[in-house]
Unconditional design. Structure first.
Length: 379
């Protein structure tokens, strides 16, 4: 969505020079870039190599309160449902993991695993645990949540469909198992626990920032190549889609790139409806606000004599923002009663709600504070 060309009225700064807020936001960009660089250094997508196939049916191998799952029966059940994904276009290529989630060869993975093949001339293939391979097509992508669905050309034959669990029933300390192909090592199984729940992890991607919402944090070792693979409970049921890891930068500021016991998986309760939507329509179907906003850093706000918040750079003609009375140049100060500090608050609101849901916004215009209710629209 493009930015509107409207600019708010000039506001005097403390030094007597008159600045346009939009100009100050441009001047403030290097600060945001530094912050973005730090995030990039800490959170890396798990594009890697190789993975393999597995089935899943509940076997109740361990009490959720035990220290670890009985990994052997879980691996035997789940690995036949896990696939290795290879994506390529021209000289660019990448690999990752995925799982068969529906009959007919539908495979769930991360968007960043297959994004390289999304353009003209791209190609995707999958390899099963027994070594057989098949071409695959991209059914749908949701870069915002880093999810994508493929369809194997051979319909995945008789390979089993992974069973779905519920991320909503997970508890901190509960044992889990990760399956995939880290560093090209197919059919790798690692175990650990749920270290934390409901993490929000923004991950910079090639096209957009991926938003891992309500992510499951685990210390089960996941590494490059595990991307898109399964995080399962002790009954072999899918509870998360492994997507990112945190790493510790070295003295030069670059990352070692390996697991330090901080991995993040997209919760299955979020992934399932998006998967269903992608299979049904090819698109994620997230609602829209009709807003284009830009964060106002505190230093810029002070120089412009305005409050910190979200500067409305533009609104879509006839969209939900216009219907809520918002205009380019407004400053949003609260989102659902919380201080407006990040544009990601607006993004997350659209990723976690449905069209028709309400979003309460407080905004400033010409020095006056106003409250409006924005009804999320259809995409």
């Amino acid at each position: 969505m493009g930015q509107a060309e409207n600019e708010p009225p000039a506001t005097p700064s403390t030094g007597g020079h008159r600045f346009h807020l939009a100009e100050l936001l441009t001047l403030g960009l290097p600060v945001g870039l530094v912050v973005g660089a730090l995030v990039t250094a800490l959170i890396f997508l798990l594009v890697g190599r190789d993975s393999t196939a597995g089935a899943a049916s509940p076997s109740g191998q361990a009490d959720p309160g035990t220290a670890m799952c009985a990994a052997i029966p879980v691996a035997n059940q789940v690995l036949p449902s896990i696939v290795t994904i290879s994506a390529r276009r021209g000289s660019a290529a990448g690999t990752g993991s995925g799982q068969i989630v529906r009959s007919g060869g539908y495979i769930l993975t991360n968007d960043h695993v297959i994004s390289v093949a999304a353009g003209a001339g791209g190609a995707v293939s999958v390899r099963y645990s027994d070594g057989h391979s098949s071409d695959a097509s991209i059914v749908g992508r949701d870069p915002s949540t880093d999810l994508a669905v493929l369809k194997a050309a051979d319909g995945a034959g008789n390979y089993p469909i992974i069973q779905l669990g519920s991320s909503g029933s997970l508890q901190v300390g509960q044992p889990v198992i990760a399956l995939g192909a880290p560093l090209g090592l197919s059919s790798t199984v690692t175990s650990g626990i749920v270290s934390a729940l409901d993490r929000y992890v923004p991950v910079p991607g090639d096209e957009v920032t991926h938003h891992l919402i309500g992510a499951v944090q685990t210390d089960a070792a996941i590494n490059p190549g595990n991307s898109g693979g399964a995080l399962v409970d002790c009954s072999g049921r899918l509870v998360g889609v492994n997507a990112a890891i945190a790493t510790v930068p070295d003295a030069s500021g670059t990352s070692g790139g390996g697991s330090v016991g901080l991995g993040f998986a997209i919760p299955v309760d979020l992934a399932k409806p998006i998967t269903d939507q992608l299979i049904s329509t090819g698109k994620p179907g997230h609602p829209t606000t009709g807003l284009q906003v830009q964060e106002i850093p505190p230093a810029v706000a002070q120089a412009a004599g305005t409050p910190a918040g979200l500067f409305v750079a533009g609104v879509d003609a006839g969209g939900p923002a216009v219907q809520a009375g918002l205009q380019a140049g407004d400053i949003i100060t609260e989102v659902d009663g919380q201080p407006a500090v990040s544009s990601e608050q607006i993004v997350v609101a659209t990723l976690t709600r449905q069209a028709g849901d309400k979003l309460k916004l407080t905004y400033l215009r010409a020095g006056q504070s106003n409250i409006t209710t924005l009804t999320l629209g259809t995409p």
